[in-house]
Design a protein around this ligand. Structure first.
Ligand code: SIN
Length: 285
């Protein structure tokens, strides 16, 4: 079967007719890269890749960004473990977010491979920030294109007693290095970005890491941010991905959000995540 791109309602595309155990030809890679840029998240089914093949596929895209906060695979430091144990209540990524917006140059995206799945549940939702942008009125887009927003990771991963991972058991021994979060400076990004690969416009704020608009207080920013967040979660911008053994999702942090459902208490779920570096972000001006 030859390579086929099957777009999905809401967001994303399934890539069929490819075996990620082998090296992709340049033509195959270009087709998959274009699908990633256009659709925001790409899905693969029935792939039997091992850790080294996962790493080789990731390196084809960009240098690997070794995660500062999640525990690493014991033999492959390039792979971050995104896991939830049987007795644990909270999970990693159980709220809408996009990864690494707290970095000066946010990572391109992450390639998530299912390794152990609960009997049911544990789906991941994705939302299109291209679609969210395009559905705004022209007046709102013009206003937002003049704004920048401040992003931070300290309230999630930092050392304070009330950070998300201190307040929940999502961390346990799988999240560490709070000092890395404390050392991160707040960063500022345009609220509407021009995507570095597709050239399309995307709304670039998210509920986890955006703390305010530049030049506005957090309190002043909250109503507009909340309005934008409600807009971004519209069901017609969203796809809920149901994992199976052999499934892989590769999402773009610049054009999508994601959210891991935490609805499988009493069961274990383990995913292997490799994040790859991105390009500097620019606004629309
Ligand atoms: C994440 O990286 O936010 C977790 C995604 C997932 O576990 O499905």
């Amino acid at each position: 079967m030859s390579l086929h791109i099957q777009p999905i309602a809401g967001v994303g595309a399934e890539i069929q007719g490819v075996d990620l155990r082998r090296e992709l030809s340049n033509a195959e890679f270009a087709t998959i890269r274009d699908a990633f840029a256009q659709h925001g998240v790409i899905f693969f089914r029935d792939q039997a890749i091992d850790e080294q093949q996962h790493i080789a596929f990731a390196r084809r895209w960009a240098p690997i960004n070794i995660n500062r906060f999640f525990s690493a695979h014991p033999r492959f430091p390039e792979i971050a473990l995104v896991s939830k144990e049987r007795g644990q209540q909270n999970n990693i990524g159980g709220g809408w977010h996009t990864d690494h917006s707290y970095d000066q140059i946010p990572a391109m995206g992450s390639i998530l491979v299912a390794r152990e799945l609960p009997p049911e549940g544990g789906n991941t939702l994705f939302a299109s920030m291209y679609a969210a942008h395009d559905a705004l009125s022209q007046g709102m887009r013009e206003m937002l294109s003049r704004l920048k927003a401040v992003h931070s990771a300290r309230h999630i991963f930092g050392e304070g007693p009330d950070t998300y991972y201190k307040q929940t058991d999502a961390g346990n021994d799988r999240i560490g290095n709070a000092k890395a979060a404390e050392a991160l400076q707040d960063v500022v990004h345009p609220v509407i970005i021009t995507h570095p690969l597709s050239g399309k416009q995307a709304l670039y704020v998210n509920p986890a890491f955006t703390i305010r608009f530049e030049g506005w207080t957090a309190e002043e920013s909250k109503p507009l941010l909340n309005q934008l967040y409600a807009h971004c979660m519209r069901p017609d911008f969203v796809h809920e991905f149901v994992w199976r053994d052999g499934s892989i999702a590769f999402w773009d942090n610049r054009s999508t959000w994601h959210f891991a459902r935490n609805d499988y208490h009493g069961h274990r779920r383990e995913m292997h995540r490799i994040t790859v570096e991105g390009e500097p972000l620019t606004g629309t001006a």
